[in-house]
Ligand binder design. Structure first.
Ligand code: ADP
Ligand code: MG
Length: 239
């Protein structure tokens, strides 16, 4: 029932081009990144409430539901994300709730269905991204998740390719680094795992010049390991 992760980057790009889009869906992005060894929450497409319930049961509760649409990039802005669903019934209802909300907010959006994914336990939210600078080419970005990144622009950058030392510096350079060290009795985050994630994403960007942009927002960092719960890959028009 749960679709295995078989999408190669080339396959996802072919499909996107056929559909005239440059943004890979979250499911496609996660499948491609998982193949590159980047930890992501498993996500499967459901095209009906009943199917969503079945997939969720197979995956194990709690789950998160998210709208899958080539026309929607900020899913929670349109009521397209529900977290913490812990029964088949809640998932079936959640499916309907998401569709209703999205159709109301963005009536013209093409809807593929809903992604069912495992709910990751709460962690410290960080973001890792790659974008292309006209002068320097691919550049990696790192920051803490949420308000800190959006309002304070507390982020660090390095030009691809990165060496181990670059990743270590990037993480320590942000003002919010003490949060990762474990502020206010919070458990320290696994900084080594964050560095490894940055390096893997940098290597992926270097190996795949067709990729224009990558957003892992957010990544949950734990005392032991990290996992990206949202992912978005943008491909170039030409490549
Ligand atoms: P958006 O398109 O709005 O960025 P996200 O996929 O980032 O949507 O989901 C919004 C929020 O929901 C995330 O910031 C995160 O806090 C939470 N979330 C999303 N997916 C998961 C998951 N698999 N497990 C736990 N929390 C999640
Ligand atoms: Mg997100």
């Amino acid at each position: 029932m749960i679709r295995p992760a078989v999408t190669t980057l080339a396959g996802a790009i072919r499909r996107a081009k056929k559909e005239n889009r440059t943004v890979l869906t979250e499911i496609e992005s996660k499948e491609v990144l998982a193949r590159a060894g980047i930890p992501v929450t498993q996500a499967a497409l459901a095209t009906s409430a009943t199917e969503a319930g079945k997939v969720a049961k197979e995956m194990g509760f709690p789950v998160v539901l998210k709208i899958v649409s080539p026309d929607i990039t900020h899913k929670s802005d349109v009521g397209g994300v529900i977290v913490g669903l812990d029964s088949k019934k809640a998932v079936e209802e959640g499916y309907a709730t998401i569709l209703k909300a999205v159709r109301k907010k963005q009536p013209k959006a093409r809807i593929e269905g809903v992604a069912v994914q495992k709910m990751a336990p709460e962690g410290t939210q960080v973001i890792v991204g790659m974008s292309k600078d006209p002068q320097f080419g691919p550049v990696m970005m790192f920051g803490l998740g949420g308000v800190l990144v959006e309002v304070l622009k507390d982020v660090s950058f390095r030009i691809v390719p990165l060496e181990k030392r670059d990743a270590a510096q990037m993480v320590r350079e942000i003002k919010g680094y003490p949060v990762l060290e474990g502020a206010r009795g919070k458990e320290p985050a696994d900084v080594k795992a964050i560095e490894a994630l940055i390096l893997k994403l940098s290597a992926f960007a270097e190996a795949n010049p067709q990729v224009e942009e990558i957003d892992l927002n957010p990544v949950f960092a734990y005392s032991d390991g990290v996992i990206a719960v949202d992912a978005r890959i943008v491909i170039g028009d030409g490549g």
